[in-house]
Write a protein that binds this ligand. Structure first.
Ligand code: DGL
Length: 274
């Protein structure tokens, strides 16, 4: 197989990386993606740094068994905690979720007041703060750890009207009252699955519409740019595909994935990992 026709590996702790997959399929329709969701060990974002690094290593080794040409770390937590260690251990192009979202936020914010919703691990690692201030030291950052979103999303509470998820979103958004933040980075790739809900609740809680940055979407754009730079875009296949692998039973994943992707998630296989 030529370098260019090899697959791209994408991974997350569970469903979150689908926000990247949805966009990757749209902007790179000829590519073959291998998605791994570690649904047996989700969530990552409430675990120790040491555990996240170990899980990231397991996930990457699994994807490497497919002879992938590049890897997308479609997980804010792994990008915050384990990206440097993955880059040291694996010699292939690796795209993380943090830097692309920070660049997009810094471009769109008019007042340099940027909020970040992410997992407790990502927030305590200060990864978004460091990236945003390396782009512009004048940016004021308002980080909020949102530990309840991932369990709600993994359990399928993703519709815009979900009462439980709206209450939790209102709680997190209330922490931004009075900050004047005009932009909100959804710094965990799970969160864009409920971005419509967050946007609708933000109008009620903040009284204005906040710009929302989808870390999965931005990671997808960054992937295209990197493949172009490395001359790795697939020029052979007319129509790409996605093979899904998960580490727990497949049905829950299939149900929520198909609601979010707007089509059946075919080819879902359960594997054991770690
Ligand atoms: N979607 C992931 C992230 O972007 C992981 C969330 C979790 O497993 O806690 O942080």
């Amino acid at each position: 197989m030529s370098d260019k026709s090899r697959a791209i590996g994408v991974f997350d702790s569970g469903l979150g990386g689908l926000t990247a997959i949805k966009q990757l399929k749209r902007i790179l329709p000829s590519e073959h993606f291998i998605y791994f969701g570690d649904t047996g060990r989700v969530p990552y974002g409430t675990r120790s740094f040491e555990t996240v690094i170990q899980y990231a290593d397991d996930d990457m080794r699994f994807l490497m068994s497919f002879d992938i040409k590049a890897a997308v770390v479609a997980c804010g937590t792994v990008s915050a905690v384990a990206l440097p260690s993955l880059e040291k251990k694996f010699s292939l192009p690796i795209i993380g979720a943090i830097s692309p979202a920070c660049h997009a936020a810094s471009k769109i914010s008019k007042n340099k007041k940027i909020a970040v919703f992410a997992t407790p691990a990502t927030i305590s690692k200060n990864a978004y703060n460091a990236h945003l201030n390396s782009i512009d030291p004048e940016i004021c950052i308002f980080p909020v750890a949102c530990p309840m979103f991932v369990p709600l999303i993994e359990c399928g509470y993703i519709s815009k009207d979900s009462h439980a998820t709206r209450i939790i979103a209102a709680e997190y958004l209330s922490k931004l009252c009075g900050t004047g933040a005009d932009t909100l980075i959804l710094g965990c790739t799970h969160y864009p699955i409920i971005s419509e809900l967050i946007s609708s609740v933000s109008k009620e809680v903040l009284g204005y519409e906040i710009n929302i940055i989808d870390s999965g979407l931005e990671a997808a754009y960054a992937t295209k740019t990197l493949l172009e730079e490395k001359d790795l875009l697939n020029t052979e296949t007319a129509c790409g595909k996605v093979d899904f692998y998960v580490s727990d039973e497949t049905q829950n994943f299939k149900n929520t994935a198909s609601i979010f992707l707007g089509e059946q998630a075919e080819n879902v296989t359960k594997v054991s990992i770690g």
